[in-house]
Design a protein around this ligand. Structure first.
Ligand SMILES: C[S@@+](CC[C@H](N)C(=O)[O-])C[C@H]1O[C@@H](n2cnc3c(N)ncnc32)[C@H](O)[C@@H]1O
Length: 250
């Protein structure tokens, strides 16, 4: 007979007990926090900025909206959202305190601290009441969550009726030759860059492996629908290297 403690999941290409994954993920992001923003620019050649802008284009933030940015890290999505909305409030929630510390420094530098809260917590057990937010975002976060379907259920719970979910995540290229070229780049170049720039090869090895394990566009779309979201759709970015999924709590 099996119980909860026997369940396993993946941590990159390793199989680990479910109960260990969050601690391991936290270890990765604690280790990279102070270099996280610069590494994003270097690894993606700045393209992550275009993907995040595309997320804002589709999301179309409006004045006064309350955003919950889960796995929000150093706040990239929240800053963009608030700048586009003009007025509004963002709550950045993340498992890793040191990522939030970097975000708070950015908020002070940009004189935006009044519009932001920084909360330590887990996407699978949000410390917020039902129906509290207008918009829920999770950017390059959900593939790190132990049970993504539970995170989507929590997103549905905390959004108000009429609220919007948007997920930005790495995805799968539809063309096998392109996928092979991309794998060659990500498995050979990114861990080496991690070593050179952040002095941490293992964390970046985990990051590329975790991308390979994440469900493809259609499978994830089904997960969004299963959580209760309606009018669920996705848009590929850079031919599927990354993908946006959108859904509404109606
Ligand atoms: C790749 S970073 C993304 C940061 C930011 N959203 C961005 O797009 O730049 C992933 C973040 O997810 C956080 N994370 C991982 N698992 C989490 C969980 N279960 N709940 C909340 N945050 C989590 C990590 O601590 C890390 O800060």
């Amino acid at each position: 007979m099996s119980d909860e403690s026997d369940k396993t999941t993946h941590f990159g290409f390793e199989t680990v007990p479910e109960g260990e994954k969050a601690g391991r993920v936290q270890g990765v992001f604690s280790s990279v926090a102070s270099r996280y923003d610069i590494m994003n620019d270097v690894m993606s050649g700045g393209i992550h900025r275009l993907w995040k802008d595309a997320m804002m284009d589709w999301l179309a933030p409006r004045a006064g909206q309350r955003l919950l940015d889960v796995a929000g890290g150093t706040g990239d999505i929240s800053f963009r959202f608030l700048k586009r909305a003009g007025t509004g409030h963002a709550t950045v929630l993340d498992l890793t305190e040191s990522m939030l510390v970097e975000g708070r420094k950015r908020a002070e530098a940009e004189a935006m601290s009044d519009q932001l809260d920084w909360v330590t917590g887990d996407a699978m057990a949000l410390p917020f009441a039902d129906n509290s937010f207008d918009v829920y975002t999770i950017s390059f976060g959900i593939r790190n969550v132990t049970r993504p379907q539970e995170a989507l259920a929590e997103a549905f719970r905390v959004l108000r009726p009429g609220g919007r979910l948007m997920v930005l995540e790495f995805s799968q290229l539809p063309n096998p030759a392109m996928q092979k070229a991309y794998d060659l780049y990500s498995f050979n170049v990114i861990p080496r860059m991690g070593q050179m720039i952040a002095g941490d090869r293992d964390s970046y090895q985990y990051l590329v492996e975790s991308i390979r394990n994440f469900p493809d566009q259609e499978t994830f779309l089904q997960m969004v629908r299963t959580a209760g979201f309606e009018n669920a759709k996705y848009r590929n970015l850079t031919m599927g290297v990354a993908c946006l999924h959108s859904g509404w709590k109606l």
